[in-house]
Design a binder for this molecule. Structure first.
Ligand code: NDP
Length: 460
């Protein structure tokens, strides 16, 4: 933290991300660090008065329970400038008007981000400027490469923060402590002892009015392409010497570089499905294709399942199932590690047959270990018991954690350019197979558990 305020210049300041996630995230950072010196400048095409903008910032900070003094100070310095970020003169004037250390946050539609980067290359940015980019990074491998090439013409790779807010989620970060600060798990963390790993993020929320974005993205791009693959990388990476950003990011990239589709064929390693009308709790949910703004011809999936393998010494042969879906009856947001059977159970000991499992619940945070223990009565009859603990509350919102890293020029919680490309490399053959209808689009009623046989590992 320095005494000089860093300017957070938000391009796309009138959009959904800024209102719902970015400003409240900053508010939650101020709650923990009320003295943090940050100046917020909003820019967008929308006509907003200084007063309206300042009100929005204030409301977001108050919602995030930032202390009054910090709210007054940051809101007192905030400014809004109506700008078409694709207009070179307007962008030059905007960049030129911002004093001091600068973070440019692209809360813009992805295609606009690419255009603005091209303009910034011509205009130039003050030394030390950081760029914060939102996912998806491009819309396929080629565009991700193009965006990386463009952005690194503007600033150095270490100054580019590609955002995946899952990296700021305390239960995801908990993987580091659980894995590397406990002797108990380290020797078990490999194909020798683990039979399969499931990383699931199933929501009971349906589309919730987000067709404009979601219908073009779908579950695979929205969730798997970055969030679930980042969790996979954290789960499977080798042990770092320290939390040094470059070392950590290199170790995660190593995992992604070794990750392949299970059996190498998207037709067997992936499944896709879309919800039809149904009921979740006391809510009636319409058929996805009847939701406002959905184009039924697009065939967008609301549930995606992918099975991958990490082809290295530690993990070869272990299936990793990555799944995320909307409008499901019971939300499962967890990592489930299923251990192999013991090599031998003494004759006469009646095991319950269920494998040992470690369940890392992502929301709300909890850790459960399922193990076989004596049942009531006969001491040689075993049953499965759960050793369970909940995690403490996070100190701030995930966007607060991520923003702290950007403002401090620490890319630990940001995605490096090579990782963004590696994630596209993995999902691109799947998207192609889906586009060519080589994988059927299944259906499931909203409120159900998904289509039949969901969650099974296909033969390799
Ligand atoms: P929105 O469409 O809600 O907001 C984008 C904003 O950018 C709009 O206010 C838009 O103005 C403005 N804009 C567009 N073109 C220009 C331009 N040339 N100059 C200045 N402003 C411009 O999108 P989101 O906020 O939802 O998303 C922004 C980014 O964040 C996207 O990359 C998205 O993928 C990512 N993201 C969003 C999440 C979310 O929950 N919303 C979650 C994770 C990532 P106008 O309305 O006039 O077009």
């Amino acid at each position: 933290m320095t005494d000089q305020p860093t300017t957070l210049l938000i391009l796309g300041a009138s959009g959904d991300l800024t209102r719902r996630l970015l400003l409240p995230g900053l508010g939650s950072l101020l709650k923990v660090e009320p003295d943090r010196q940050v100046r917020v400048v909003g820019a967008d095409r929308a006509e907003l008065s200084q007063h309206e903008w300042a009100q929005r910032v204030r409301e977001s900070f108050v919602e995030a329970e930032a202390p009054q003094g910090a709210v007054d100070r940051v809101v007192g310095q905030t400014a809004y400038q109506r700008t078409d970020a694709l207009d070179e003169d307007q962008l030059r004037e905007l960049i030129g008007s911002v004093p001091g250390s600068l973070v440019i946050y692209f809360a813009l539609p992805p295609q606009v981000t690419v255009g603005v980067c091209a303009l910034l290359e011509r205009i130039g940015v003050p030394e030390g400027t950081r760029l914060a980019m939102e996912k998806p990074f491009g819309h396929d491998l080629a565009s991700a490469r193009e965006l990386n090439a463009q952005a690194t013409q503007v600033v150095a790779e270490e100054q580019i923060h590609r955002i995946d807010h899952f990296l700021g989620v305390n239960t995801v970060l908990n993987l580091l402590g659980l894995r590397f600060a406990n002797r108990i798990f380290q020797p078990l963390w490999s194909a020798d002892h683990i039979a399969k790993v499931e990383i699931e993020y199933d929501e009971d929320l349906a589309l919730e009015g987000r067709a404009g974005y979601y219908d073009k993205a779908g579950a695979l791009i929205d969730m798997t392409q970055s969030h679930l693959l980042q969790v996979l990388a954290m789960f499977a990476m080798e042990s770092p010497a320290s939390l040094d950003a470059e070392e950590m990011r290199s170790l995660k990239s190593q995992v992604l570089r070794a990750t392949r589709l299970w059996g190498g064929d998207p037709r067997t390693a992936s499944r896709r499905a879309r919800y039809t009308a149904g009921r979740i709790g006391d809510r009636d949910v319409p058929d996805y294709v009847d939701e406002e703004g959905v184009d039924p011809e697009r065939g967008t999936e609301t549930l995606a399942e992918l099975v991958v393998e990490i082809r290295n010494q530690r993990w070869a042969g272990v299936p990793f199932l990555l799944r995320s879906g909307k409008a499901l009856g019971v939300p499962h947001k967890e990592i489930t590690v299923t251990f192999r059977e013991p090599a031998h159970i003494p004759d006469g000991l009646r095991d319950c047959g269920a494998p040992d499992r470690l369940v890392l619940q992502l929301r709300p945070g909890a850790v459960t270990l399922d193990v076989s223990v004596n049942a009531e009565g006969d001491p040689f009859d075993l049953e499965q018991a759960q050793l369970h603990t909940t995690l403490g509350q996070p100190r701030m919102r995930p966007y607060g954690e991520v923003l702290a890293g950007i403002l401090d020029s620490n890319p630990l919680l940001s995605i490096r350019g090579d990782a963004a490309e590696l994630m596209w490399e993995l999902v691109e053959p799947v998207l192609t197979a889906w586009r060519n209808d080589e994988v059927p689009l299944e259906v499931y009623p909203a409120g159900s558990q998904g289509p039949e046989g969901w969650g099974t590992i296909p033969p390799r």
